[in-house]
Design a protein around this ligand. Sequence first.
Ligand code: NAD
Length: 482
Amino acid sequence: MLRKTDFYIDGKWIAPTVDKELEVINPADEQAFAVISLGSAADVDKAVTAARKAFAKWSVTSREERLEWLQRLLAAYQERIDDMAKAISAEMGAPIKMALDEQAASGTAHIKAFIRALKNFEFERPLDAHNTSSRIVYEPIGVCGLITPWNWPMNQVVLKVVPALAAGCTVILKPSELAPISSVVFAEIIDASGLPAGVFNLVNGDGPTVGEAMSRHPGIDMMSFTGSTRAGVAVTKAAADTVKRVSLELGGKSPNIVFADSDVEAAVKRGVAHVFNNTGQSCNAPTRMLVERSVYDTATQVAAETAKATKVGDPSENGDHMGPLVSEMQFNKVQGLIEQGIKEGARLIAGGTGRPEGFNRGYYVRPTVFADVNNGMTIAREEIFGPVLAMIPFDTEEEAVEIANDTPYGLAAYIQSGDPERIKRVSKRLRAGMVRINGASHAADAPFGGYKQSGIGREGGHWGLEDFLEVKAISGWEDTAA
Ligand code: NAD
């Protein structure tokens, strides 16, 4: 059993103030493989003290100094990439090949994107060409509390820690208690990268204790949170008394509009595969497939065949199969929502409740597709966070846009069409932070985040850096500079 019970505070691994251990479960066999500690408000205090002290020096380092550190971090991260993939696979069930090629690799891609962003960021400039006596200066916001979920653990950790530090902030990270081992590996990588003590701190723990203590803490200037809308609201309320900036990356129920003028078979196959990637546990998964009625029968047939051909397997085995869900709680939630879909009259065309054939333990679920869903059904409104696709027919472009936007979320939207004019028209009408056309991928440098209840703020590249900066207007600059 791996014991990772210490926290990384002020450049050292230290024991928690109060002993309270938690076993980390491998979702493939339901067995504990590691032990961590659940921290307390006292551990948060220690980390905040270290981060505040370190902020004085780190916040005034030059761009060049921080770029040098980022290059060292990139090298150290790449050196430990196999350990990172193994940790992610064991803690949240991503198949090992996917854990390496997508999960761990996303960390590398984001570090590289932040290096590019930091190189190009304009920290100081005149207000405009006519007013050079007003100086605009971007400065690090301060000590940042970072809370992350379990589904893309390193993607989310790197999307917060790296831009915060690149901006000159200092941080306290609390990763998900379900998937904390990748963050322990990340702290070891940071330690090897030669960052000054106290700039990065790691405290493990649960949301209501450590997460809440961070959100309320008067020594923390900003909270950056990724997770459920429910917990995001809790963080925002707890942070309100101290008027912190709160940045939120929350849930989604993203529409994927398949027009009859697209390559329907390829578009549907791609859409289904995207929903099932990471066992459906992606905030931007295109879980509502809206299909033009003239190609609806073909689309449902292709979707059912694609789901039935999707292999489920042990994450430790090499291959392109789908792994288990992260936890028993997530397994029960997904089972309940599949039952709800059946009860509300959606037509089950692949998968269903129970484990896939051949599995009697592990949180494995069946790749599931519902046809004839209407947008008012529970499975069309709630984020399921499992491999469950809801297919909804539509008749006109107008109706497609209306259904797509009829959701409390607004994270991502997808369009499949062969008509360039329609693509431009529809992409601008969709109330979502990210629109992807005909399978185009989202660049690591592009802003990631959503409209409506999908969040506040953007992560990634230039926008990710800006999220952690304050802007200052200095008037009379020429006079004082003279
Ligand atoms: P979760 O909200 O249960 O937990 C996320 C984190 O918040 C964990 O670290 C948890 O300990 C902490 N937390 C829980 N309650 C808290 C509280 N009261 N105060 C402070 N912290 C608290 O979410 P999850 O189940 O780990 O992750 C899945 C959710 O994350 C999904 O809704 C998914 O859509 C969302 N997500 C969003 C994005 C995005 O960028 N928009 C990316 C990935 C995941």
